[in-house]
Ligand binder design. Sequence first.
Ligand code: AMP
Ligand code: GLY
Length: 431
Amino acid sequence: MRVLLIGSGGREHALAWKLAQSPLLKALFIAPGNAGTARLHAPGVEIANLPVDVSEKPALVATALEKKIDLVVIGPEAPLAAGLADDFRVKGLAVFGPSRAAAEIESSKVFAKEFMQRRRIPSAKFSTFHDFNRALAYLQELERPVVIKADGLAAGKGVILPENPGQAEAALRQIMIEKTFGAAGDKVVFEEKLAGPEVSLFGFTDGTTLKATIPAQDHKRIFDGDRGPNTGGMGAYAPVPVCAPAMAEKITRDVLQAAVNGLREEGRPFVGVLYGGLMLTSEGPKVIEFNCRFGDPETQVILPLLESDLLEILMACATGRLAEVDIQWSKGAAASVVIASDGYPGKYPVGRPIAGLDQNTPDSFIFHAGTKEQDGRIVTAGGRVLCATGWGENIEQALKSAYAAIGPVRFEGMHYRKDIGRRAVTGILHG
Ligand code: AMP
Ligand code: GLY
């Protein structure tokens, strides 16, 4: 099979790495990829980056046709929200990734909240506003802690957890008046603030059948002890002790399968991976957000634990045959530590040479995220630069391997959290 994978992050390097292990794979092109995907090798398989950006829809479709692609896999949310999967499907190509309409489960928080309410999927209570003055009046009346969310895509920065009414009003002004997130801020959602440990659970789906992965936990804040601003994710581990198999099954049935059924019944069949971000509250699991794609860095811990053929699973989803596929998971654990540029999630420098990248071991791998090749050297090219992943029989061993893999890695200003997975090891749930 000939595969075109779209994206350039750590998630896409992990997808490419796992796809490259498939005996079904003949050729893999990554558009645009990163320095890690450029260096992937598999015997008898053609693997190459193609310099086409994820926003160049006509060029991507032309590339897929020219390269005689059998399956297109779309990694990030922005091209999905822009309808890239639809553009490929119009040409008769098999695609792993939802249509623009199905991707609204992530790209519009107002749609997602109203959908969950209609389908009785457990989630925080909410109100939505189109008008700044009405939103402000509501905020001023409110006596409970609130979470403020811009409606549209905002690269993980559109969620504000204000600590006092002044901060809440300032956030509302930024979103609706100053338009910090552009049109994503035309509408806002206010949500009841929930409490409890967080878990990410993904489901592979062909639009009807859904098969869940094992749960993972992300670490969203930039600094140790969950301090500082939210990021795209600074590390992850899987499985998650606070989300035992019975809980994962409940979430699979009441949240993921319920959403896939609802989307299909409402004429927006969802094909791809549905990401449920949940909080395990005292009243049971509640959805914080849905995403229409794999999580990053959760994918980097989930895929090393997948024993089945990823290409077979993705192809089965794209062609409506997921019910026929058996998915097997390892009994072990995996942990990932993101290595970021100084300044991230704010402004950060790029072009810094990276040393110590050739040390992968049988129980670790360094996935690239924001890297590129420049004059024969690998340099930094993003906020999240690398994702060191380790695996083993349990989380302690996985963490040990992940941190050992970071040992030789060096670039100026590198920053990573030292406490990934600590909660799972010490049994402290959150806080
Ligand atoms: P999101 O981008 O929707 O994943 O939100 C970012 C983070 O904000 C989540 O990982 C949670 O930690 C937090 N968050 C979002 N919604 C809520 C809520 N309703 N109650 C408490 N925390 C929330
Ligand atoms: N790690 C969070 C996300 O992918 O949205």
